[in-house]
Structures are given as structure tokens and as C-alpha cells.
Write a protein that binds this ligand. Structure first.
Ligand code: VGL
Ligand code: ZN
Length: 198
């Protein structure tokens, strides 16, 4: 059995200067390129939203970015518009070794549902297909890194552990948004789920 490196959302909009910038998000590109050498498979995820996506504050008249609303599937943070399909901000960081990727998985492309996790959309039931891909390839161990540690990395790691994969998150190769204690909460939840925080 083998190990995959899953790089979460290392895109221009999540790096300094981007639409939903994560502090020092660009600092993890070099360590992630190095992690690719030890992996049997490399998978990149790409946040990929239509311009009128339901997770964008602009889509909800009067709503402020970083506020919360109730969606049919539960609470949802409203974000500044980011990673719009085909935009420059949706592209990967230019120094990321994208040529090493076996698979690029796009997520969040349905207008009405956000998708933090690489495995399930935020309704927690719509599958992305990644679990089947990994199982078909005989991959049982996952290394996760990328942006943002307290949202898409954490949700992906917890889903992966729940699905039976052995999961480690390389914290030095992640950066967090860290709003309202979200980083501490995500770390606790990941540990509870059996994720190794390296
Ligand atoms: C992310 C918020 C909205 C992430 C994506 O990659 O963590 N966060 N979309
Ligand atoms: Zn997004």
C-alpha cells in the first residue's frame, strides 16, 4: 500500500495579495515541493467557484464578509469572492510544482454548496469522488498540507480519517485563517478524529 500527498488549495487568491489571503500562505510552497519527493502519488485540490457562488458575501445583499448565514445544509461563513472559475486568483501559486500532480481535484463548483473538504461538499453527503480514486490506487496513508489549516485542510483531514485513511497533517506546510479561535478548534477536532498533527 502507498502514501499520497494531498496539497490543499495552494492558489493565488489564498496567498498574500489574493482575494482571501492567508497570512504567509506563500511560505509553504517550498516545503510542499520538497514533500512531493517522498510521495507515491501527488494530488492537488483547487477551490473553483462560479462568480455567483452561494459562499460569497456579494451573493447575499447586505451581508458582510466573514459573517455567517444558514444554508439549507447548515451554517456557512460568507467569504470575499475568491477562486472564481478561470480567474488568475484561482490559478495555483506559480512556484508550486504542479507538473508532479497525478490528479487535480476541483471543488466548490456547484453554485449552491461550498466544499471545504476534498472528500465531501459542505452538505456532508455529496462526495467528490476522491475516496474512490485513492482506494482504487491502493493508497491507504495520506499526508496533507496547504491552505487553510483551519478550514479546507482540517475538514479534508477529518473526513479522510473517518473514511479509514491514516492521516498526517504537516503543520509547517500549512497556514491558517484563524478567525474567532478557528485554529485551536480545528486542531482539537483533528486530534479527536485521530489525525496526526506533525
Ligand atoms: C477555503 C474558505 C473558502 C480554504 C476555501 O481553502 O480553506 N476557505 N474557500
Ligand atoms: Zn472557497
Amino acid at each position: 500500500m502507498s502514501r499520497a500527498l494531498i496539497v490543499i488549495d495552494l492558489q493565488i487568491d489564498f496567498c498574500p495579495g489574493g482575494a482571501l489571503a492567508v497570512a504567509k500562505g506563500d511560505r509553504i510552497v517550498t516545503p510542499i515541493n520538497a514533500l512531493m519527493r517522498d510521495a507515491d502519488a501527488v494530488i492537488l485540490t483547487q477551490d473553483w467557484h462560479p462568480a455567483d457562488h452561494a459562499s460569497f458575501a456579494d451573493t447575499h445583499p447586505g451581508a458582510a464578509p466573514f459573517s455567517q448565514v444558514q444554508m439549507p445544509y447548515g451554517p456557512q461563513v460568507l467569504w470575499p469572492a475568491h477562486c472564481v472559475i478561470g480567474s488568475k486568483g484561482a490559478a495555483f501559486h506559480p512556484d508550486l510544482h504542479t507538473d508532479r500532480a497525478d490528479l487535480i481535484l476541483r471543488k466548490g463548483f456547484r453554485r449552491g454548496i461550498d466544499s471545504y473538504s476534498a472528500f465531501f461538499e459542505n452538505d456532508r453527503t455529496t462526495a467528490t469522488g476522491l475516496a474512490g480514486y485513492l482506494r482504487d490506487r491502493g493508497i491507504d496513508r495520506l499526508t496533507l498540507a496547504g491552505l487553510a489549516l483551519d478550514f479546507c485542510v482540517a475538514w479534508s483531514a477529518m473526513d479522510a480519517a473517518r473514511l479509514g485513511f491514516q492521516v498526517q497533517v504537516i503543520q509547517d506546510a500549512c497556514r491558517a485563517i484563524d478567525m474567532d479561535g478557528s485554529l485551536d478548534a480545528a486542531r482539537d477536532a483533528m486530534r479527536q478524529a485521530g489525525v496526526t498533527l506533525a
